[in-house]
Design a protein around this ligand. Structure first.
Ligand SMILES: [Zn+2]
Ligand SMILES: [Zn+2]
Length: 143
């Protein structure tokens, strides 16, 4: 048992993966792409150096597609769980949908990003910073 490794899987268990800690960051993304890809008001992502990540040797590889120019998303080809993200903007990172991890990892979410595209029918009550703008990561007028 090595507690510096976190594990996770898709809904059906065909895609199982492991990732070495530490993570780089965790944030809630409210962008339109994440919303549509996951069918949810926002997606909580954990970012890791991609070299710390691997699909378990006896598991199925996820299916990847280009979800927008320069960005790829991965899902389980059996159950459709939306799992991972990689983009040219973060060339050495993989982003893992935190809800697919077996349990909590080494850090909690720190912010809401792309919050200017958030849905009107959900209001976070966690007091975390709400960021947006073209990068998704700039301070917003909170008035
Ligand atoms: Zn699956
Ligand atoms: Zn997003």
């Amino acid at each position: 048992m090595n507690d510096s490794v976190a594990r996770g899987s898709c809904l059906c268990g065909a895609v199982r993966f492991r990732v070495s800690l530490p993570s780089k960051w965790v944030a809630h993304c409210h962008c339109t792409y994440c919303r549509r890809a996951h069918g949810a008001p926002f997606v909580t992502w954990a970012g890791f150096p991609d070299k710390q990540f691997s699909v378990e040797p006896d598991a199925e590889q996820p299916a990847w597609y280009e979800s927008s120019p320069g960005a790829q998303r991965a899902f389980c080809a059996r159950c459709g769980s939306t799992l991972f993200f990689e983009g040219e903007r973060w060339p050495t990172e993989i982003h893992i949908a935190l809800a697919h991890m077996d349990g909590p990892i080494d850090r909690a979410p720190v912010a809401h990003v792309f919050y200017d595209s958030h849905v009107s029918w959900f209001e976070p009550g966690d007091g975390l910073r709400r960021l947006g703008g073209p990068s998704g990561n700039e301070a917003l007028d909170q008035s």
